[in-house]
Design a protein around this ligand. Sequence first.
Ligand code: PLP
Length: 757
Amino acid sequence: MNPEEILRIAIVDAHIMTETTGGRATRALIQEMKRAGMAVIEIGTMEDAVPAVVTAPDVDCVLVAWDIEGAESLIRMIRSRDKEVPVFLISEPGTVHTVPLPVIRQVNEYVWITEDTPEFIAGRVEAAALRYRGRLLPPFFDELVNFSRDFEYSWHTPGHAGGIAFLKTPAGRIFHRFFGEQLFRSDLSVSVEELGSLLDHSGPIGEAERYAAKVFGADETYFVTNGTSGSNRIIFSGSVSDGDLVLVDRNCHKSVENGITLSRSVPIYLVPARNRYGIIGPIRPGEIEPDEIAKRIASHPCQSISRDGPPGLAVITNSTYDGLCYHVPTLESLLGLSVDRILYDEAWYGYARFNPLYRDRFGMREGHRDPGDPTIFATQSTHKLLAALSQASMIHLKAGRSPVEHGRFNQAFLMHSSTSPSYPIIASLDISSRMMDGGWGKTLTDETIDEAIAFRKEMIRIRRELGAGEPGADWWFGIWQPDEIRTGEGRVAFEDADPGLLRTDPSCWTLHPEDEWHGFPGLEDNYCMLDPIKVTILTPGIRRDGSPAAEGIPAEIVTRFLEGRGVIPEKTGDYNILFLFSLGITKGKWGTLLSGLFEFKRLFDEEQLLKDVLPDLAAAFPQRYDSMTVTALADEMHRFMSGNRQLALLRSAYSQLPAVAMIPAAAYARLVRGTVEKVPLDQLEDRVVATAVVPYPPGIPLLMPGERTGTADGPVIGFLRALQDFDTRFPGFSHEIHGVERENGRYLVYCVSPEAE
Ligand SMILES: *Cc1c(COP(=O)(O)O)cnc(C)c1O
């Protein structure tokens, strides 16, 4: 038998080793189960039981003796996480009246250990365990496991034929050993009919998509194996075409720009708010009022656009990278007045449906829908914050007034799909659905949220103990979150708030208009919420009013230090660093992050040399950094950034949209045909860019293809100049800017040649 087919049974009983009637009966039962081929995990104490059957469950049935101390709480713990695993209660007919009703409800069967025969009990256990196993795996993965057991000779692609081809050379053998045979045996092609096809959504793959739709709350779900990048492009190709208008969050991902270009549609951008830290906020309701949108459409400079009928699609990034999520009913009630199809880009947000904390804040929300409501898409990078292989993504659809006819939409799906999709990726999408089903989604997200809250509280506690924030006192990192929480009895400081309340009450995290911590004044109450699992740490350098502080530590220095210790943040702004708490977080993983921050603080306070703090940097640029301390570097960088008004320039560069000369597809056509030239910043005045220019941070397009750069002293060129000066001054810290090439430290941008404008 395959090792993974052996049933695993846990038995929790204090009498296993005792010479009592019960003990002897239990041992006889264990022996019988082993004889029948089951693996038995014998557990005599509660301390051993919790890890084995609650926190890292790997069993098909649990037997708990009712007379062991803590039996009731153990059963409760099992059930709070896992509604499905069979639980048998070992007891005597005489003591059954002592079992309280809630426990009776949570167990599947009773075992009268001294009365029933071991054979009978073992048979009941085996049957329950088999039933559980039979339902455990989701449709596609289940079939894949069965199929890979058959050891067929394959005459179809992939040509490695279950991995055999790799064995023919030494390098290939190492590759084979590294990944293991199973991966290759399950790397199959559409020629295997038993498994169905992703391209026509048939067989077990089709079933898996329908199962995912049920789990994620969609009417229909499409599995996509080339990321949410692929998913977004599919939705553009399937929704809009030449000259159609689209409403697009300016805080959009590159794939949305690709979608606009490929579909030759005409974007009208919705500009998100931005706060004093440079953190990107939500799109304000005023931006999406029908009057405002109508005005924008009427004044759009492109002649060839179709203005009859509503825009074909609206795209909203939800949540934002920094973890801000919309109250979707409010957003839809406004946006739905102008557009019939809304796409929520939920690349970072696939877990939202599984925790009530996020109720009404994601595309596939529950609640009544009318056929006249807008059609809703949500795209999710399952691989980003759930458990799936890279590139695993899903498109979810809720039907509405703009019908999505499958046969037509699937043509767009095919246009962006390989005819040889990866089966391991498909299987990971299937398993990801299963992992969130049956109450597990709540358990897993609760744990992640709990960890994030514990970390947030710890950061504040440290701050308080150091006395940070008081004039002349010690310093510590800030954290972007409410200072106070409203409760029934009034307000309490965040660090004193009940973690249970923080985990369950969304209003702890919403951006209340009268609170000033978030820096987005004037937002309607409840419109926007901060997701607790997206944690932004603030480094010193910016005052609460947004002006530069006298002293500061640019965040990139801290990030570099942490990366040197193997702690990799998600994203770094000028004075903020984002950390994501994903399902992969383990208890206390953030302890390493805390000790990294402490270590940085110590080195900084002791004015240690960069040679010791950032050795790679000092080695790469010895003349610049070798004799410098980390403290002096932070100081110089902070002064430089305040002096060249980097943050202020960023704010003004992003607060107004540039003028439009042509649609992105037209600019792209010039790029392909070569009627473009690379232009340095000092000649960039009033040019039309051929590619998007996207500096990181903030990761929002500064310019989209076809837009004008503005005057030489305008905010766009000014901001780019500030970044270029910074890069020259601080080698090794140069900004990542998509759409900018560098030559000897000079920025060059592809612009449309004047004769082609
Ligand atoms: C990462 C990301 C994407 C693309 O997702 P992939 O799965 O990496 O292709 C799309 N939209 C947003 C907002 C993203 O952050």
